[in-house]
Design a binder for this molecule. Structure first.
Ligand code: PAF
Length: 290
């Protein structure tokens, strides 16, 4: 497996592959790969002739005071894991390669970027959409793979690809969880042992919500109250947001109907974790979005 650091090298790799009639799958990541990323790489391996994994901690999507500097980085480990999962190439540019000048051009997906994580991380999805657009332009893959754990990111990227007629299929794959339910995340390494135990409150409160909905509850405020109560029972946890929205347009719902996304962000000490579940419910209870 090859590791490239420059745009011209990865472009040459892709040009040669496409010249042989091969298809390209891209798995964009910020590195510190875990099984969630590797599930994307394995799927890309099944569906494409060549698989490229990008490893780039994108400064544009971090706000002031966020963890850009201390975000975990280990390219040797990432390259070995990517190769083991079937990648043919890792594209790991430096910041100066991706942004030789401060970028004046941004991609903004209006209407999907401001709520949920966007409310507590202003500018985050503009940074994500911009770097993903750049990566798609650099690698020009047939397919690009993202995880459902970042549900809002997945919605933003899908919409960007549709609005801008990108010639890349956007593939979204399910959340991969630890055996006790914690959603896999590179940021889980920040957790202390007590924090790691407390972090189970994210998945357990989502499970509780699913059970309440299975039991027939359709009032979003009641479901939300139950989730917040569940999280608040954990002393180490502080709710950033709990949102109950339509999965496609991210508009808040009063009543649960259709494809419903229940998404949350919770601080465990200073570590901000996210998780979500999508419920496919009967449309008939719909009363429209607020
Ligand atoms: O999900 C991530 O790791 C990042 O947001 C992405 C899509 C690689 C863009 O930097």
């Amino acid at each position: 497996m090859k590791v490239f650091h420059t745009i011209s090298e990865i472009r040459e790799f892709v040009r040669a592959a496409k010249g042989r009639g091969e298809s390209i799958g891209l798995v964009p990541t910020m590195g510190y790969l875990h099984d969630g990323h590797l599930s994307l790489v394995r799927r890309a391996r099944e569906e494409n002739d060549r698989v490229v994994v990008s490893v780039f901690v994108n400064p544009l999507q971090f706000g002031p005071g966020e963890d850009f500097e201390r975000y975990p980085r280990d390219l040797g480990r990432d390259s070995a894991l990517a190769a083991g999962a079937g990648a043919d190439a890792v594209f790991a540019p430096e910041v100066a390669e991706m942004y030789p000048e401060p970028t004046l051009t941004h991609v903004t997906v209006d209407g999907l970027s401001e709520g949920l994580c966007g409310a507590s991380r202003p500018g985050h999805f503009r940074g994500v959409a911009t770097v993903v657009m750049k990566l798609l332009n650099i690698v020009s893959p047939n397919r690009a793979y993202f995880g459902q754990k970042d549900a809002q990111q997945a919605t933003v990227i899908r919409r960007m690809a549709a609005d801008l007629n990108l010639d890349t299929s956007i593939v979204i794959l399910p959340i991969v969880r630890e055996s006790d339910g914690l959603a896999m995340s590179s940021r889980n390494v920040y957790l202390t042992p007590e924090g790691r135990r407390a972090a189970l409150v994210l998945s357990s409160s989502l499970r509780l919500a699913s059970e309440i909905v299975d039991g027939g509850e359709r009032d979003a405020a009641s479901v939300r109250r139950a989730i917040v109560a569940g999280i608040s029972a954990e002393p180490m946890a502080r709710v950033d947001y709990v949102a109950i929205v339509h999965a496609d347009n991210l508009k808040p719902l009063d009543r649960l109907a259709g494809r419903v996304l229940i998404a949350l962000a919770v601080f465990i000490d200073k570590v901000r974790l996210i998780d979500n579940v999508v419920l496919d419910l009967d449309e008939s209870a719909a009363d429209g979005a607020r």
